[in-house]
Design a protein around this ligand. Structure first.
Ligand SMILES: [Ca+2]
Ligand SMILES: [Ca+2]
Ligand SMILES: [Ca+2]
Length: 172
């Protein structure tokens, strides 16, 4: 059985198991988007084991792939990491509240949120850019004008998050 998320200590049973039965190279990354990296490895028996580490997810911001980034641009300094999803998205009386993503997935702070009104609201209200006030993991609130809205985060390089939304204008 795969062990739960935990820390690998030198000499622990987890580290002994991994020395004997691991296949392929382990891989690191922030799997759960909490700002610290996890280390994942597979065993010959077919289990995938994952450990928490204290490593900061934003520590590798220089050249994190063979060709620099997710788009294989090979260009130093380009921002190809979009904001993460708007988590815990809730709506109450035209106030939208959610857990803010960051500039790069769940790290940092996005530049702004794009609010687009849909349905009949789309004709009455123009799309607007709302400046971000919360860093990743903190609560961000946005007052909206209509009952049908689509919202996504935009970072300072123009990368977009996935879209969240609610309602159909006049029905929500
Ligand atoms: Ca993590
Ligand atoms: Ca970014
Ligand atoms: Ca950026």
């Amino acid at each position: 059985m795969s062990p739960p998320l935990g820390s690998v200590r030198a000499g622990s049973s987890d580290s002994r198991v991994m020395r004997k039965r691991a296949v392929f190279g382990p891989s690191g990354g922030d799997l759960d988007g909490n700002g610290t990296n996890e280390l994942a490895a597979a065993t010959r028996e077919g289990y995938v084991m994952v450990w928490n580490t204290k490593g900061s997810a934003d520590s590798n911001d220089q050249w994190w792939a063979v060709r620099h980034d997710e788009r294989n641009t090979g260009m130093y300094g380009i921002d190809t990491r979009p904001p993460g999803k708007l988590r815990s998205f809730r709506v109450h009386r035209r106030k939208v509240t959610f857990e803010a993503p960051g500039d790069d997935w769940y790290d940092g702070k996005v530049d702004h949120y794009r609010v687009v009104y849909t349905g009949n609201c789309g004709r009455r209200h123009r799309p607007e850019n709302v400046p971000a006030t919360a860093t990743a993991g903190k609560t961000q609130s946005i007052r909206v004008k209509g009952k049908g809205v689509r919202i996504y985060a935009v970072d300072d390089a123009g990368n977009r998050s996935r879209v969240n939304g609610f309602g159909v204008c006049g029905q929500a």
